[in-house]
Structure formats: structure tokens, C-alpha cells
Design a binder for this molecule. Structure first.
Ligand SMILES: [Mn+2]
Length: 367
């Protein structure tokens, strides 16, 4: 158990109680307290209640939920840092049937993205702030902390499923990368299933290589082969499907094609390709903007003419009949954004669609 005692010490340094990942005193205070009440039964000494629960992780058999409240890798309309708190609260309402172990939120310094973009003086100063120890060797940026957390998680618990809530889509870079490395070490062939309006296949954006628009590019070489990345719901792109498939080797199903051929025909074709490559397990990364803006307006880059939730649910559940889903994330839900001109209940609709899909993913992870 030496590894677990190291890891549990790290969890207490890297993470904080669920819903507390956005560093704030008063904003959304009532919502946080209500989440803590449903998780721990009271709201006094949440740190202690959470830490005691974390110590039970090795004995628990449910899928694990991690919040990554970072929107530093976004940049058009921010606000996905609030996704983990709001999505959890919606999922805990009576409308959803979910059962998971909540390990907490990454402690996010909102001005930092990845440690490789920082100088030593900044890292030392942030180690002082996060760990009260400038001599610490631990990472300080959201993506760097997430990657080390996931590496330790899969090392300690190779059979547990991890479901992460973002955050902007850059958080999937450490999540998927660590997952794919772990599967490779376990000699299991795993593929990426990616729902999104956008390809996220930039090489860099304004000189930054890891961000919401480029994370897929930088995990392709961790797949068994590049064509084991499947993208669904693409429709907002300066280049056509052929460009992306030829340049990067990925498979794309744009929304118009899914509508024309039907989601069932598309997923049947995907299953054949996955089986032909000997794939056993899947990582599902779900950007809420894969859904039509009517269902998902509370997000940084809402797009019209998208998938409806039923199409996404069908694709995931059909895939899950043939393959184990062992890792997943739900990202880019920004509950404070109202992007529809006519106002309306953007937040509730987006959270409902996100919860419905997360519920299915959590069930799949529990199998
Ligand atoms: Mn995305």
C-alpha cells in the first residue's frame, strides 16, 4: 500500500472538496453548500469530511468523478470553470440516476495552463501558495496537476473508470493522454471517441500548442494508430473533412452526414472499423458544443445545425454494446453564459443535456 499512501497524500495536496475548484469566497456559495450537503450531509468542516471520504477510495468500486475547473485553455467566451459544480448539482437531482465516487476538484490557479509555459520563479512562488513549500517538486498548473493525478490514479487503480468534468477542452489533453499511456502499459488497445462541433486539430493557436483547439493533435501519437480517433458532430471548420482526415489520419463524421445517413449507420460503420483494429476499450471525450445550440447554448462556442442529444446517446450506447468505455469526460459547459439572443433557459437546457449524456457515460464506466 506504499503507492496508495503516496497517492493519497498527493490527492490531499492536488485536490479540494467537490465544487471548490474555482477559487472564490462568495460567488455561487449557496450552490456549493447545497452540493456539500447532498454529498456529506452537512456543511461544517467540508475539508475533513472530504479527506475522510478520499481515504475510502481503494475500497470503493464505483466510477470516480474528478472536476477540472480550468478555462484557461479556452479563450473565446470563458466560463467552463463552473461546469464541475453545476453539472454535479444537476446530476444529483431526482431526474438522474447516477452513482459515483466523487474524489473532488483540481486546485486550479486560474492564470496558469501548463507548467511548461512558466518560469522557475513563478513555479516556486505558486508552490508556496498551493503547497506552502517552495521546495516542493509538485506541478502547479491545472493541466500539469491533472496529468500527474491521472498517472498516479491509473497506476494505483488500473481497473477503475475515471470520469472528468471540465473545464475547457484543453483539460482532455492530460486526461486522454494519461489514459492512453495507461492502457498501452496494460497491453489494452484503446480508441478515442470525440464529440465536438470543432476538430480541435490545430497544431498550435497563437503560438500555444496545448489549448482547447489543439489538444487532439497532441494525443494522436498515444493511440494505437492515428485512425483510432473518431470525431462526431463536426460542422464548424475552415477546412473540409478530407483535409483533416488526410493530414491527421483521423476519422470524421460531420453532423450533416450523421443526419443524412442516420446515427445507426454511422455507429455501425465505426464499430466495424474499431473491431478490425482489435480495439477493446474506449475513451469518450464529449464537448457539449457537439450538440445543437438549441440544446447547448451555455457554452463558449455554441454552433447551430448540431446533433440532438438522442443521436449522441444512440452512438454512445451502441458503441458500449461492443466495447468497454473505461474513461470519459464532459467539457465546455459554461453555466453563466447566455448565448441565445432571445435569452431563455440556456443554463438549464445545457445542464440537462450534459447530465443525460454524463449519466449514460457513468453507467458505462460502472460496468
Ligand atoms: Mn472541443
Amino acid at each position: 500500500m506504499a503507492d496508495w499512501s503516496n497517492f493519497s497524500a498527493k490527492i490531499n495536496q492536488y485536490l479540494c472538496p467537490p465544487g471548490n475548484g474555482v477559487f472564490t469566497v462568495n460567488t455561487a456559495k449557496e450552490r456549493k453548500e447545497s452540493l456539500h450537503k447532498s454529498l456529506y450531509g452537512n456543511t461544517d468542516n467540508i475539508e475533513l469530511a472530504w479527506s475522510e471520504q478520499v481515504s475510502q477510495l481503494p475500497l470503493d468500486t464505483r466510477p470516480v468523478v474528478l472536476g477540472v475547473c480550468s478555462d484557461t485553455g479556452g479563450g473565446i467566451l470563458r466560463g467552463a470553470n463552473w461546469g464541475p459544480l453545476f453539472l454535479r448539482q444537476t446530476m444529483l437531482s431526482d431526474d438522474y440516476d447516477v452513482d459515483y465516487f466523487d474524489v473532488g476538484d483540481v486546485r486550479v490557479i486560474p492564470h496558469l495552463l501548463h507548467d511548461k509555459y512558466l518560469n522557475e520563479a513563478t513555479i516556486t512562488n505558486c508552490r508556496k501558495a498551493l503547497y506552502h513549500n517552495p521546495e516542493s517538486s509538485l506541478p502547479v498548473s491545472a493541466l500539469s496537476i491533472t496529468e500527474d493525478f491521472c498517472d498516479e490514479f491509473y497506476h494505483n487503480f488500473p481497473d477503475k473508470g475515471l470520469f472528468a468534468i471540465g473545464g475547457d477542452h484543453s483539460v482532455s489533453y492530460p486526461l486522454a493522454r494519461s489514459y492512453l499511456r495507461a492502457k498501452k502499459a496494460q497491453n489494452k488497445k484503446a480508441a478515442l471517441i470525440h464529440f465536438d462541433a470543432h476538430t480541435d486539430l490545430l497544431v498550435e493557436r497563437l503560438g500555444i500548442d496545448i489549448c482547447f483547439g489543439s489538444w487532439v493533435t497532441h494525443i494522436l501519437d498515444d493511440l494505437p494508430s492515428r485512425d483510432m480517433a473518431f470525431q462526431f458532430g463536426i460542422r464548424s471548420s475552415g477546412k473540409d473533412r478530407g483535409h483533416w482526415e488526410d493530414s491527421f489520419g483521423v476519422n470524421q463524421y460531420w453532423t450533416h452526414e450523421i443526419n443524412e445517413r442516420g446515427a445507426q449507420a454511422i455507429v455501425d460503420e465505426t464499430i466495424v472499423k474499431l473491431k478490425a483494429n482489435g480495439i477493446e476499450e474506449l475513451y469518450v471525450s464529449f464537448d457539449i458544443d457537439a450538440l445543437d445550440a438549441h440544446f447547448a447554448a451555455a457554452t463558449g462556442t455554441p454552433e447551430p445545425d448540431g446533433l440532438n442529444p438522442e443521436q449522441a446517446l444512440l452512438i454512445i450506447s451502441e458503441l458500449n454494446k461492443h466495447f468497454k468505455i473505461t474513461g470519459a469526460d464532459m467539457v465546455e459547459i459554461a453555466p453563466f453564459l447566455n448565448t441565445n439572443e432571445d435569452g431563455g433557459n440556456d443554463r438549464e437546457k445545457t445542464l440537462a443535456a450534459g447530465s443525460q449524456i454524463s449519466e449514460l457515460l457513468l453507467k458505462a464506466l460502472a460496468e
